[in-house]
Design a binder for this molecule. Structure first.
Ligand SMILES: [Ca+2]
Ligand SMILES: [Ca+2]
Ligand SMILES: [Ca+2]
Length: 262
């Protein structure tokens, strides 16, 4: 005697599977061995499934369910899991080359480049960068860093350099010579003058000199040399000549001489 209301059974259900995507694709083709069935009846068992062996499975998890049904509409279901993971990094199809720019008659410059183009097998990619086209760059070498991410956390990084050089020399302004008389009763003069100034295309250059206002200068000519240095190591010099005239002293000598010879 047969009890017809017994549910069929599903045997040899595939194990859960974890697979990587096909190269360059957002899916994996997954195969498995079909489960088998048994039932108390000798009739044909109808076995259906939500997905078939050999199907494409996209990145993520998919539940595959098999249902066995006997001729008396008794059924039984069983499921397994297919997980497709994306281990492929995004790919840069275009990336900018290093950029060199020479500052000549410019105080600064904005640097422009074409954005990299990046793709990922998942079709989902985002790009972040340390700088943007059109940014201002300081003198020297700056590394511009691009990172591409897919939604599975795979990253690709690429860099290029922006190299800014300065070819402009600093300029020294307001250079004028000074003529003074000796201080009263002295053979020298304490000399005060307006110092030159220096400018550069980039930043404020340092300005040094061999003498300072308030220094003591003897009769005659003394060269005061000013040197301006810019941040790039270019330097220029300019001279302020200090002339100390010993007129008073000379006059005293002449008078003394005349009185002596009378
Ligand atoms: Ca049955
Ligand atoms: Ca990927
Ligand atoms: Ca300069």
């Amino acid at each position: 005697m047969v009890t017809y209301d017994e549910n069929p059974r599903i045997l040899n259900l595939p194990e859960d599977q974890v697979l990587e995507t096909e190269p360059g694709q957002p899916f994996a083709v997954v195969s498995w061995t079909e489960p088998t069935t048994s039932d108390n009846s000798m009739d044909q068992i109808d076995l259906t499934s939500t997905r078939n062996s050999g199907d494409m499975f996209h990145i993520g998890s998919t539940v595959v369910t098999y249902t066995a049904r006997d001729a008396y509409d008794n059924d039984e279901s069983a499921s397994f899991l297919i997980k497709v993971i994306d281990m492929e990094k995004p790919v840069f199809n275009y990336f900018p080359s290093n950029i060199k720019h020479q500052l000549l008659g410019e105080t600064y410059t904005d640097i422009f480049w074409d954005e990299p183009s990046v793709t990922d097998n998942s079709g989902d990619v985002s790009l972040v960068s340390s700088h943007h086209s059109g940014d201002w760059f300081a003198i020297g070498r700056t590394i511009v860093d691009y990172k591409a991410f897919d939604s599975s956390g795979n990253t690709a990084t690429k860099v290029f350099s922006v190299i800014i050089t300065d070819d402009d020399y600093p300029v020294i302004h307001n250079v004028s010579n000074v003529t003074v008389n000796t201080d009263v009763g002295k053979s020298y003069a304490i000399v005060i003058w307006t110092e030159p100034t220096a400018t550069d295309n980039y930043g404020v250059p340092t300005l040094t000199s061999t003498h300072k206002p308030g220094d003591r200068f003897n009769i005659g000519y003394t060269e005061v040399e000013y040197t301006a240095n810019d941040i790039s190591g270019h330097n220029v010099t300019a001279s302020v000549w200090i002339e100390v005239q010993g007129l008073l002293l000379l006059t005293v000598f002449i008078i003394a001489f005349l009185m002596k010879t009378q």
